[in-house]
Design a protein around this ligand. Structure first.
Ligand SMILES: Nc1ncnc2c1ncn2[C@@H]1O[C@H](COP(=O)(O)OP(=O)(O)O)[C@@H](O)[C@H]1O
Ligand SMILES: [Mg+2]
Length: 238
């Protein structure tokens, strides 16, 4: 437990709306070990993205404890949280979230520069090279295909050497063939770096590529995916 990459303990997320408070997450308990690959499935609106936002520290839990990489988010100020995220968490979104006014190289390098790395641009170029975009460094997102934009986002997500990668429907905006290439790339990078992976997906085939699948329904985890070998491994863990 102390060695977990992610520990959620009774996590609730309640947000206000004009119709009154909305109970989006209703008490999540989840432990993800270091280096584990976990897919998250569940119907639209079940709280998958919200859970990811809480794990990323982009959304604060209303109740319960969130601990990522041994860092407890509760009580951490915004600056410390942002610093932790920058150094330890890579995030990939369905709609890429690149900065449109920056080139591919700048999109990857600028966060590294903020992190104080002297080699930000060299490292960014190497990362883009590794996702097959060495010939697109000076292109802007608007000049890149969807697949190329997601490759850029993957390069950015892995550039700082994160312990944890969060991916929310990373192939949702891509055609099947391009999506497959992105997923192969994602799992290749994950394996190479031993990154813990939490992958939200609608696609059962894709979910099955992770060692474990967590199922959400209506703001609750209805299956932790720990039957069989997973449960035995979890029970044997220190
Ligand atoms: N900012 C918000 N304010 C109020 N309700 C929200 C907000 N964001 C999400 N929701 C609601 O929370 C529920 C879960 O959303 P989400 O986490 O996006 O689900 P999923 O990713 O599984 O589709 C949905 O009912 C959604 O309408
Ligand atoms: Mg979602």
């Amino acid at each position: 437990m102390g060695d977990a990459m992610i520990a959620l303990d009774g996590v609730e997320l309640t947000l206000p709306s004009s119709a009154g408070p909305v109970h989006i997450l209703r008490g999540l308990d989840l432990v993800v070990g270091r280096g584990e690959t976990v897919s998250v499935v569940g119907p639209s609106g079940s709280g998958k993205s919200s859970m990811m936002m809480v794990i990323a520290g982009l959304e604060r839990a209303t109740e319960g404890a969130v601990t990522v990489g041994g860092t407890r988010f509760n009580g951490l100020d915004e600056d410390s949280l942002a610093r932790f995220r920058r150094d330890s968490v890579g995030i990939v979104f369905q709609d890429f979230h690149l900065v449109p006014t920056m080139t591919a190289l700048e999109n990857v390098a600028i966060p590294l520069e903020f992190a104080g790395r002297d080699d930000a641009f060299e490292r960014a170029a190497a990362c883009l090279e590794s996702v097959g975009l060495g010939h697109r460094l000076t292109h802007y997102p608007g000049q890149l295909s969807g697949g190329e934009q997601q490759r850029t986002a993957l390069a950015r997500a892995f550039a700082a050497g994160p312990d944890l990668l969060l991916a929310d429907e990373p192939t949702g905006n891509l055609d099947g063939e391009t999506g497959h290439q992105i997923i192969d790339l994602l799992f290749g990078l994950q394996a190479e770096h031993g990154t813990t992976l939490v992958l939200i997906t609608h696609d059962p085939e894709l979910a099955a590529r992770c060692a474990r699948t967590v199922k959400l329904l209506d703001g609750l985890i209805i299956d932790h995916g720990l039957s069989g070998n997973g449960a035995a491994a979890q029970a044997a863990a220190p």
